[in-house]
Design a protein around this ligand. Structure first.
Ligand code: ADP
Length: 385
C-alpha cells in the first residue's frame, strides 16, 4: 500500500464530494494539506467548501446528471451529507466511500434501526406505524417519540408526544401518522454521547473517545460538545464498544459518527449513525492528534490512519444565525478573539437564517467551559447579540 502511495503524482487524488457545506469546507482544508483535490456538488452559488475546492458543480445533490458530471473529473466519490442518490452514485462507475449500500441503510431511519437490530446493537425500542398502533403506543407509553424515516435533520422530523388525545389512545401529531414515520420508546436520557469511528478501505479501524453533546432544547440541535465527557469510565468504554460494533456491520470506508444515549441506568444505546464527519467531531481539529476530517481523507484513500488520541480538553459551541434573515453580518469577533484558547471557524455563508449553522468556536485549555461561554456570548450573527 505504501509503495503505491509513495509513487503518486500531484495532485495525489481527486475526491468528488456530494455536498459543499461546512463539513465539506473542513474536509477540503484537511485534504489540501495532503495535496488531495476536493471537487464538490452543491446547489448553492457560493457554498462554504467552494472557497477551498478546485471545482464546484452546481446542481441538486440527488440529480443523476449532476452526480455524473462531478464523477467525470474524480478518482473517488464521497459525501458530507446523506442526500445523494445511491443508484446514481453506483452508476458513475467511480468508487464511492462509504459504500452506497451504507447510504441506502442510513437514509431511512427505520431501515437503519432494523439493520442494526439484526446485528443485536443495543437501541431504543422501535416500531413501524401500522394498523395496530394502539397496541404499540400502549406498550411504549408516554412520552412517545415519533420520527420521520427520511430527510429529517437537526431535530426536524422528531416529535416527542407527551400524551394522547383525550378521546382515544393515539396522539395528535404535526408529522404524518403513516408509513413515512415510525415510533420509538422514549429513553430516560442521562447523557448524549458521540463516538467517531474510522475505517480505511483495507479495514484498519480507529475509534475516538466519546464526546458529550448538549442540545438546545428549543432548536433541538447540538449547542455544545465537550471533551472529556462527564460519564463513568465504564460508560466511556461501553460507548466505544457499542459504536465500534455498530460501524463494523456497515459496509465502506470513511468516518462514521455514532450518536449514543446513556440512560439513567447506565445502559448505552445507539440513537443514529452518520456515515460522514459530524458536528460532534469539530473539536478533533484542535483537541485530537488527527482531526476527523483528515481521518476521512486517509480512510477513503486507504492511507494509514492517524492517532485518535485527544491531547487536551475542549469545548465546541455552534454559532447560529440570529433572528434577522439576510446578508450575513458578524459582531463581536475581535472581542471574542481576545479570550485565550479561542479557535474561531466562520463558514463564509453569505446568507444568514434564524438557527442556521454559521460557524463554531472551539476553546481549549484550562477554563475552556467558561471561556467558550464568554466568547460565544460576545459573537453575534445577524442579531444574536
Ligand atoms: P435528528 O436526526 O434530527 O438529529 P435524532 O433522532 O438525533 O434526530 O433526535 C434528536 C434529539 O431528540 C436527540 O438528540 C434526543 O435528544 C431526542 N431523542 C431522539 N430519540 C429519542 C428517544 N428515543 N428517546 C429520548 N429522546 C430522544
Amino acid at each position: 500500500m505504501l509503495e503505491r502511495v509513495n509513487t503518486w503524482r500531484s495532485p495525489v487524488q481527486r475526491v468528488g464530494l456530494i455536498g459543499g457545506g461546512q463539513l465539506g469546507l473542513m474536509l477540503a482544508e484537511a485534504a489540501s494539506r495532503l495535496d488531495v483535490e476536493i471537487h464538490i456538488l452543491d446547489p448553492d452559488r457560493s457554498p462554504p467548501a467552494a472557497r477551498v475546492a478546485v471545482r464546484h458543480v452546481r446542481g441538486s445533490l440527488d440529480d443523476p446528471a449532476a452526480i455524473a458530471e462531478l464523477a467525470a473529473g474524480c478518482d473517488i466519490l464521497s459525501y458530507e451529507i446523506e442526500r445523494g442518490d445511491p443508484g446514481a452514485l453506483r452508476r458513475t462507475g467511480v468508487p464511492v466511500e462509504p459504500s452506497p449500500a451504507t447510504l441506502e441503510i442510513i437514509q431511512d431511519k427505520l431501515v437503519q434501526r432494523r439493520f442494526l437490530a439484526r446485528a443485536e446493537i443495543p437501541m431504543p425500542r422501535f416500531a413501524a406505524i401500522e394498523d395496530d398502533d394502539a397496541t404499540t403506543v400502549a406498550a411504549f407509553g408516554y412520552p412517545l417519540v415519533q420520527k420521520t424515516r427520511r430527510g429529517g435533520y437537526d431535530g426536524r422530523g422528531v416529535v416527542i408526544h407527551r400524551g394522547g388525545r383525550s378521546d382515544g389512545t393515539l396522539p395528535d401529531s404535526p408529522l404524518p401518522w403513516d408509513n413515512r414515520c415510525y415510533l420509538e420508546a422514549a429513553v430516560a436520557v442521562k447523557t448524549e454521547l458521540a463516538v467517531i469511528v474510522v475505517r480505511s478501505r483495507s479495514g484498519e479501524t480507529a475509534i475516538y473517545d466519546p464526546v458529550e453533546m448538549h442540545f438546545d432544547p428549543n432548536l433541538n440541535l447540538v449547542d455544545a460538545v465537550i471533551y472529556p465527557p462527564t460519564v463513568t469510565p465504564d460508560e466511556r468504554e461501553r460507548a466505544r464498544e457499542v459504536a465500534g460494533a455498530a460501524v463494523a456491520v456497515l459496509p465502506g470506508a470513511g468516518v462514521f459518527a455514532v450518536e449514543l444515549f446513556v440512560d439513567d441506568g447506565g445502559a448505552v444505546l445507539v440513537n443514529e449513525i452518520a456515515p460522514r464527519p459530524h458536528n460532534s467531531g469539530h473539536l478533533t481539529i484542535e483537541a485530537a492528534e488527527t482531526s476527523q476530517y483528515e481521518q476521512h481523507i486517509r480512510a477513503i484513500l486507504d492511507l494509514p490512519l492517524g492517532s485518535t488520541a485527544f491531547h487536551r480538553s475542549a469545548v465546541m459551541r455552534n454559532l447560529l444565525g440570529g433572528p434577522v434573515a439576510g446578508p450575513t453580518a458578524y459582531s463581536g469577533v475581535a472581542a471574542a478573539l481576545q479570550i485565550p484558547g479561542v479557535h474561531l471557524h466562520l463558514y463564509g455563508k453569505r446568507e444568514s437564517r434564524p438557527g442556521r449553522k454559521m460557524g463554531h468556536i472551539t476553546v481549549t485549555g484550562t477554563n475552556a467551559w467558561e471561556h467558550a461561554h464568554t466568547a460565544w456570548r460576545r459573537i453575534g450573527v445577524n442579531g444574536t447579540v
